[in-house]
Design a protein around this ligand. Sequence first.
Ligand code: NAD
Ligand code: ZN
Length: 251
Amino acid sequence: MEEDTIRRLAGDIFHSKKTIALTGAGISVESGIPDFRSAGGLWSRYDPEEYAHIDGFKRDPEKIWNMLREIITVIEAAAPNPGHKALSQLEEMGYLSSVITQNVDGLHQAAGSKRVIEFHGTNRYLVCLRCNYRGETEAFDTQNEVPVCPNCGAVLKPDVVFFGEPIPLDAMQEAFEEARQADLVLVIGTSAVVFPASSIPSTARDHGAKVVEINLEETPLTGAISDYLIKGAAGEILPEVVARLQDLIGG
Ligand code: NAD
Ligand code: ZN
């Protein structure tokens, strides 16, 4: 059904000098991690406005840890899907400069991607808001206890960007530099509404890049910022794109 656009994208990647990818929760849905929209998911029980806001965490960290514990369980059980793997393959083939991800699940790295810019941080580390301690999540028994800072005793927070917190400066700078230099941006599994990640595609476009979406549905970018949308599941579309690109290279 999307054969023509898949072939078109393979051609665009083949001719591009610098392709980057921007990914969101959608690319990990096929790995079993629900996005905010998935029916019956985590987010229908925990309002992100309350549970994912830094003020909520500061007010009552023990309460927020009830949700964090569930997220960590879901993420630890998840494995990369063919969409993550196709992106790592593209990088390996020399056709993808970097992946800028809004996800905190580490699945791009698990799939073998080397240059991953984690725009919203990661669940693999915990940080102390009081003394800046940072340690690996797996060193703590997060399932049975609320983790506390070994230096000062404050409740630790996953090193992810909560609403109301700034984007890590290095990730911000690197991501926008990539966006300005790219001539092709793949926007995958993100509705691109959360600022400032949402302005990466338009920044790239302002600097002359082509923008292509892979998503189950149209987004605010469709028909406005993106040149075309390939409608479908990332885990099905991306391996097809890689296969068509291999045809081009081979033939
Ligand atoms: P989002 O804005 O990235 O929306 C998800 C998008 O993915 C939607 O547009 C949906 O149509 C699309 N989608 C769903 N399944 C897909 C599939 N199989 N293939 C292609 N597209 C698919 O994400 P959100 O859920 O609104 O989350 C916003 C913020 O929370 C982001 O920072 C997001 O990354 C973060 N978050 C991260 C994770 C994770 O680390 N896996 C999970 C949930 C939320
Ligand atoms: Zn501390």
